[in-house]
Design a protein around this ligand. Structure first.
Ligand SMILES: C[S@@+](CC[C@H](N)C(=O)[O-])C[C@H]1O[C@@H](n2cnc3c(N)ncnc32)[C@H](O)[C@@H]1O
Length: 292
């Protein structure tokens, strides 16, 4: 009887925080994950991001915006490709992630990057119309308002300018998310904010949402990457240190967060002991579009 009551309590709390627009903020979770992000996230998802990079029509001298740039996976490669006469603006809301990006650029002697610590939408709103050759947003569009993003991108891109997007799908890490929810049902008071992360359904959803009016899809695709995590503690460590749990941890009561993560690890082990599978699989989608 306890579980249905708890599930109802969790649902009521979730709806109340949503109505109050008391949303979690991924910034502090990314600040904490910044030191381990590349070793955990980029190590596994980097090759898929490289496929997107290889499809972008980048030229020497281009002016490009890298939104939600993080530790610089896209920033450093794009800055190298546009050369010393190009200009890359790298934007991120997390000071920790941006600092890693800055240090990486220094180590690679890249001097054509301007770093901006800000909300990505804020930067888009103040960027001049038809001023950029390209906009890239790697694994970050889930934090942005898709409709407003679409309008701003079309306003800012020059004719023939490109947009590159890669993002986890709403089905990404599904089994781990289900177990996280199961843990929350046991601890409904642990959730203190609404988790407002808007993951696309798939590549065709990305095309339908973003390619309106003057933006035309050139290529779009779906993919998946599995992360080998043997024990529950490895899964818990992965989601925290890779940043995959960013915005989820911030939604938890700070006094209960460590316990919830420990319970997630136990839930993974229990599920596997019962014969269930807990794949740690990132399902993602990507889009290359061009302004007509
Ligand atoms: C999964 S990481 C991706 C980093 C990088 N693009 C990459 O490909 O490795 C998501 C990034 O989005 C940033 N972020 C989240 N919300 C943001 C916002 N509203 N504006 C700008 N950056 C944001 C986070 O701080 C984090 O660095």
């Amino acid at each position: 009887m306890m579980m249905p009551l708890n599930a109802l309590k969790l649902a009521c709390r979730t709806v109340a925080f949503k109505l109050q627009r008391k949303n979690s903020d991924p910034t502090s979770d990314y600040d904490k994950a910044a030191a381990t992000y590349d070793e955990y996230y980029s190590k596994y998802l980097g090759p898929s991001a490289q496929v997107l990079l290889d499809k972008l029509p980048v030229r020497q001298g281009d002016k490009i915006l890298d939104l939600a740039c993080g530790t610089g996976f896209f920033s450093h490669r794009l800055a190298a490709a546009i050369g010393p006469h190009g200009r890359l603006t790298a934007v991120d809301i997390s000071g920790g992630m941006l600092e890693r990006n800055r240090r990486g650029a220094q180590a690679r002697a890249l001097e054509n990057i301007r770093f901006v610590q800000s909300d990505a939408m804020g930067v888009l709103r103040v960027t001049r119309a038809e001023s950029l050759n390209g906009i890239v947003c790697g694994w970050g569009i889930c934090y942005l308002d898709h409709a407003e993003f679409c309008i701003e991108v079309q306003r800012i891109l020059r004719p023939n300018g490109f947009l590159g997007i890669i993002e986890n799908k709403s089905t990404s890490l599904k089994k781990v998310s289900d177990l996280f929810r199961r843990v929350l049902v046991r601890n409904p008071d642990a959730i203190v904010k609404n988790i407002a992360i808007d993951l696309p359904k798939d590549a065709s959803h990305l095309v339908r949402t973003l390619c309106k009016r003057g933006l035309v899809a050139i290529d779009s695709w779906d993919g998946a990457v599995s992360v080998p995590c043997m024990r529950g503690v490895d899964v818990a460590e992965y989601v925290v240190k890779s940043g995959a749990a960013a915005g989820f941890i911030d939604a938890l009561d700070p006094a209960m967060a460590d316990r919830i993560i420990r319970e997630l690890a136990i839930a993974v082990d229990d599920e596997r002991r019962r014969g269930g599978e807990v794949p740690v699989t990132h399902e993602y989608c990507a889009l290359v579009a061009k302004r007509a």
